[in-house]
Design a protein around this ligand. Structure first.
Ligand code: CMC
Length: 430
């Protein structure tokens, strides 16, 4: 980053404080307020970090007004169309697309780390069968740090890399086991001659009683869905991973924290909520009544709106076409839910309530229908998101550890509680 020639000036009473203005490659300039407290004895107030950059990053760029998402400079639609998930993982981790030899080596490394320690399987059996798979994911991923002691030294670049590889490789195995456990089927082990996404689908849907035949349309859709979810700049779960990591916590613990954050309905849980909403609406005729409820603020239109995108989410466009491909291959292209979704989208994009608030479909609007048609229960949706986002989390975590300007995260506050007062013994309280 570079420093602009004109500083920002903040006036507090008689005092004028100059604050440097920093310039990135793309995006708005940033006022560097690091010296503000020292110089002016004031904090800034920004709940939800709507105006605050928490770090410098070279990984992902979003222009929310234009609906642009770039990973290391490459537009998401190009990656979704021309790349594959593992190549995108390499790009996010290393900053450049791999050449053929580097790709082969990376694919080989990830493929050979997919097994879990045999004792690890006992963890799954400790959970109730009806446990939410995200609860299992949070616990199981945190537990990885109890198994892989040889990659916990975060100061060692080689160990950081091994942890990153382990997480990307083992996440599908853990996610598939969480699913298999919930449906009471035996675990399926990874198979090294399959691609990342093919292997994951097989671990989820193969049963010992018959041969599993991969469906290339579903494999492509799965891979694309993973690419679309791979990273998304400093969102809530990524910021959680960075904050957890800023204390020096090990990468498995940090990713477990990210998974916990992602589970919330305003973040990764939204695709589950969006599908439930479409089912509840049921038919296009009920949409006006539903929209009236949204306007009365009884509930939100799930799968719409985004903190950063004030335009069509570029991932939603790819997701919409993937949805169509999947329904044509394995479902009903005239699925009533798809009809409800299309009509809801059409009405919302023309309704002043949504237009004036710049509420557009986000990635979750179509992902629920797609994943459901692929055979996943709604409880698995956020798990798939977590699986794909692991590479983003770990790339951001690595970047933070390797950034000398990063310190332990410690926001301040504006205190509005009681001023200091003397303790009153119980016998004297009214
Ligand atoms: N339905 C109806 N009204 C909405 C919606 C919605 N989905 N989203 C925002 N609004 C309204 C909100 O009530 C407010 O109206 P007003 O100004 O009259 O009070 C206005 O739009 C601005 O909303 P906001 O709450 O300031 O926006 P935000 O940036 O804080 O919230 C959001 C972003 C994603 C949490 C929110 O849009 C939302 O809850 N959407 C539904 C959940 C969802 O689909 N989440 C997935 C996000 S994409 C996946 C990911 O990246 O994690």
């Amino acid at each position: 980053m570079t420093q602009g020639s004109n500083p920002a000036k903040i006036t507090i009473g008689e005092q004028v404080i100059d604050l440097p203005v920093l310039k990135g490659t793309l995006g708005p300039d940033v006022v560097d307020i690091r010296k503000l407290y020292g110089a002016g004895d004031v904090f800034t107030y920004d709940p939800g970090f709507t105006s605050t950059a928490s770090c410098e990053s070279k990984i992902t760029f979003i222009d929310g007004d234009e609906g642009v998402l770039l990973h290391r400079g490459y537009p998401i639609d190009q990656l979704a169309e021309k790349s594959n998930f593992l190549e995108t993982c390499y790009l996010l981790l290393h900053g450049e697309l791999p050449n053929a030899a580097a790709y082969e080596q990376f694919e080989n490394t990830i493929t050979r780390h997919t097994m879990l320690h045999a004792q690890f399987d006992r963890f799954f059996e400790g959970f109730r069968r009806d446990a939410h798979p995200m609860a299992i994911m949070t616990g199981a991923v945190g537990a990885l740090s109890a198994f892989y002691h040889d990659s916990l030294d975060i100061q060692d670049a080689k160990q950081r890399e091994i942890s990153a590889h382990r997480l990307i490789a083992k996440m599908p195995t853990i996610a598939a086991r969480a699913f298999k456990y919930s449906v009471g089927q035996p675990f399926v082990y990874p198979k090294n001659d399959l691609s990342y996404s093919e292997n994951f689908l097989r671990m989820c849907f193969a049963v010992p009683a018959e041969e599993y035949v991969p469906n290339p349309v579903l494999t492509k859709a799965m891979d694309r869905i993973f690419i679309l979810h791979a990273d998304h700049e400093q969102n809530a779960s990524t910021s959680t991973v960075r904050l957890a990591g800023s204390s020096g916590a090990n990468p498995f613990a940090c990713i477990a924290a990210g998974i916990a954050c992602l589970w919330g309905p305003s973040h990764g849980g939204a695709n589950e909520e969006a599908l439930n909403m479409l089912k509840e609406i049921g038919t296009p005729e009920r949409i006006p009544e539903f929209i009236a409820g949204v306007k009365d603020r009884k509930y939100k239109l799930m799968g719409f709106g985004h903190r950063v995108y004030k335009n069509y989410d570029p991932r939603a466009k790819v997701m919409q076409s993937t949805c169509h491909e999947v329904l044509t291959a394995v479902g009903d292209p005239n699925d009533p839910l798809l009809q409800v979704a299309r009509e809801l989208e059409r009405i919302a994009l023309n309704d002043d309530f949504f237009v004036s608030r710049k509420l557009y479909p986000n990635i979750d609007f179509y992902s629920g229908i797609t994943l459901s048609a692929m055979g996943f229960p709604t409880t698995m949706f956020t798990v798939l998101f977590a699986l794909a986002r692991t590479v983003g989390w770990i790339a951001q975590w690595k970047e933070m550890i390797e950034d000398p300007s990063q310190k332990i995260g410690r926001p301040r506050q504006i205190y509005t509680g009681s001023a200091a007062r003397d303790f009153v013994p119980l016998s004297q309280r009214g």
